[in-house]
Write a protein that binds this ligand. Structure first.
Ligand SMILES: Cc1ncc(C[n+]2csc(CCOP(=O)(O)OP(=O)(O)O)c2C)c(N)n1
Ligand SMILES: [Mg+2]
Length: 602
């Protein structure tokens, strides 16, 4: 434990002092470096809220508490600091469950503060009463329940410490009457875990495997982002001449301009990455839990190298060998482990040295083949998509091919951009077109996969990094779930740019009805007014795009408004109904019906 890392800016009261529990709570937040919180005010924590401002804490009010949870998640992921969310006991808290689940699977150090019904009425079925611990049990790394007001500072500090050390959300549950009273306590200083490289033996074994590898491949996972390990990953990759692939939805774990970068694995990922992966005899999964969804066959390729030796490095020992069979598991920090492996290879002759130039050529060739394919892949070619493209020609209006739109957006991306994506068909296809130069730049709903994620998350990212351009992608369905938070962006001067793919359908799910249910569409159509118009009436800017040549200029204009004028803008892009490959082909089966009345539904 490193006890010296005190946030420097603000002074925290020293020594044992008389204070109220509200003061103990707020001072502990200050000690933990909290400057921003997201939520909606409520009587349950008003006594503490009253002193947020003099403590140097801004509470950013949102439209819906789910938005606050996502904002805290985005804030944490963009900054590496805690994201904090708070709400009214009962409904304000239950509104956060989805967002905390998403933060859990993103390994975000989010602290959710959950004021609870008072102790004297708990269990009597009073107003806004709920058991708030079970709701979050599955999605938190630690749940602190303040069981006595005298322990307010202790529990608060522990929730903040554990969110960092356990890499995930923690819950601080506070009976609302425990904010009041008189206590004597000392404000604990933050304890931050110093992480190491892992066990000596496993590092030695891994280094030996790498030394004898003929075609090593590195998977750069979320751990590389969280541990700030890009330079160490680069050094290891360059020493080995190994291609580096991003794990699913961690496209920012390695710079896309690097010659060894090959793009993401997983759903709608890079064929170059997968083809190179298939050739590996040794794989180094650096900071990755090797989540099951991220390594499913794609583009008709079952690319996972079944005979390769797998070295997995994860800071959480429980992830080692959980999903994929591994040869060596290293419980360590991605940065420290990469450095330790590099040191062990120093001065050594590697089996792969002789083929370094040849492998570099193979990598280059696979990458350019994939780029060429992507550029020529202007629209989807399956029968449903072709029908939809044909249909669009006969409808009024101009409708664009999503893939072409995504390519144009990619070309128009500003430097140092942060992008969030939502869950949906076009957002998933976007995976191939989102490339980054630095970590903490790409934000997706990860394994929880909830629609309505992208906008609020990006507002949180922007609040943490006002100097960076912020872009949220969303389909029209997911957008409508979350667009209320445009009000938050406008009201509180946290400008972002949203790109809404208006294809008039819940496309991702409809794709399953195309593939498995003989195009029997149930509840899949979306008829909506102009989202640019809605944005304007919420006080933001709105641009409608229905010509491909306008896509890039529209994004650039919106970014200029964001960065120069502090304006939020919604870029609404009118798209055809064509659909890319589905999400869960693996998890669906052709329908079977036994009852006579449903016999046609196969
Ligand atoms: C909260 C939530 N509800 C439902 C789903 C199931 N779901 C996954 S994708 C999707 C459709 C998304 O539609 P849209 O946002 O319009 O994007 P498109 O697929 O059309 O590009 C739905 C309903 C989900 N993932 N999350
Ligand atoms: Mg849609």
């Amino acid at each position: 434990m490193d006890m010296s890392q005190q946030p420097a800016e603000r002074k925290v009261v020293e020594g044992v002092q008389k204070m109220t529990p509200s003061e103990a709570f707020v001072e502990t937040l200050v000690a933990q470096g909290v400057t921003d919180m997201f939520g909606i005010m409520g009587s349950a924590f008003m006594d503490a809220m009253d002193i947020f401002a003099p403590a140097g804490i801004r509470l950013i009010p949102v439209v819906h508490e789910q938005g606050a949870g996502h904002m805290a998640d985005g804030y944490a992921r963009a900054s590496g600091r805690h994201g904090v969310v708070i709400g009214q006991n009962g409904p304000g808290i239950s509104n956060c469950v989805t967002a905390i689940a998403a933060a859990y699977w993103a390994h975000s150090p989010v602290v959710i503060v959950t004021p609870e019904t008072g102790t004297m009425s708990m269990g009597l079925g009073g107003f806004q009463e709920a058991n708030q611990l079970p709701m979050f049990a599955e999605f938190t790394k630690y749940q602190g329940h303040v069981n006595n007001p005298k322990r307010m500072a202790e529990y608060t500090a522990r929730c903040f410490d554990r969110a960092m050390s356990e890499m995930g959300p923690t819950q601080l549950n506070i009976p609302r009457d425990y904010f009041y009273g008189e206590i004597t306590c000392e404000i604990p200083r933050p304890m931050r875990l110093e992480r190491g490289a892992g066990g000596e033996q496993s590092l030695d074994d891994a280094a030996q495997m790498l030394a004898s590898a003929k075609f090593p491949v590195i998977i750069a996972g979320g751990g590389v982002v969280m541990a700030d390990a890009v330079e160490e990953c680069k050094a290891l990759a360059e020493r080995l001449g190994a291609p580096v692939v991003n794990s699913y939805l961690h496209n920012d774990s390695f710079p896309a301009s690097h010659p060894l970068w090959c793009g993401p694995l997983g759903y709608q990922g890079s064929k170059a990455a997968m083809k190179l992966m298939a050739q590996a005899d040794v794989v180094i999964a650096l900071g990755s839990r090797l989540g099951p969804f991220g390594t499913l066959p794609q583009h008709g390729m079952d690319y996972w190298p079944k005979n390769a030796k797998i070295i997995q490095i994860d800071a959480d020992n429980k992830m080692l060998g959980l999903v994929k069979k591994i040869s060596v598991g290293i419980c360590g920090d991605a940065k420290a482990a990469a450095r330790a492996l590099f040191a062990r290879l120093e001065g050594r002759e590697l089996a792969s040295d002789a083929t370094k130039a040849q492998r570099a050529e193979t990598i280059g060739a696979e990458k350019s083949a994939w780029e060429k394919e992507l550029s020529e892949w202007t629209h989807e070619r399956d029968p449903y998509s072709l029908d939809m493209i044909e249909e669009a020609k006969h409808e009024g209006g101009r409708w664009l091919h999503p893939r072409q739109v995504l390519r144009e957006l990619e070309k128009a991306m500003p430097k140092d951009v942060m992008v969030s994506t939502d869950i949906g068909n076009i957002n998933s296809v976007a995976n191939s077109y989102l490339r980054f130069e630095r970590p903490r730049s790409f934000f997706a709903p990860m394994s929880f996969g909830n629609c309505g994620y992208a906008l609020p998350t990006m507002i949180g990212c922007k609040a943490a990094a006002m100097e960076r351009p912020a872009i949220a992608y969303a389909g029209d369905g997911a957008w409508a779930m979350s667009m209320g938070e445009i009000l938050t962006a406008v009201r509180h001067d946290i400008p972002v740019t949203a790109v809404v793919f208006h294809n008039r359908q819940w496309g991702a799910e409809k794709k399953n009805q195309v593939d498995f249910y003989n195009r029997r569409f149930v509840a899949g159509e979306l008829d909506s007014p102009s989202f640019a118009g809605i944005a304007q009436s919420m006080g933001a800017e709105g641009i409608v795009v229905d010509r491909i040549e306008d896509v890039g200029p529209a994004l650039k204009r919106a970014i200029a408004m964001q960065m120069d004028e502090g304006k939020t803008c919604v870029v609404e892009i009118m798209c055809t109904r064509e659909l890319g490959d589905p999400f869960r082909r693996d998890a669906l089966s052709k329908p079977v019906r036994f009852l006579e009345k449903y016999k046609d539904y196969v």
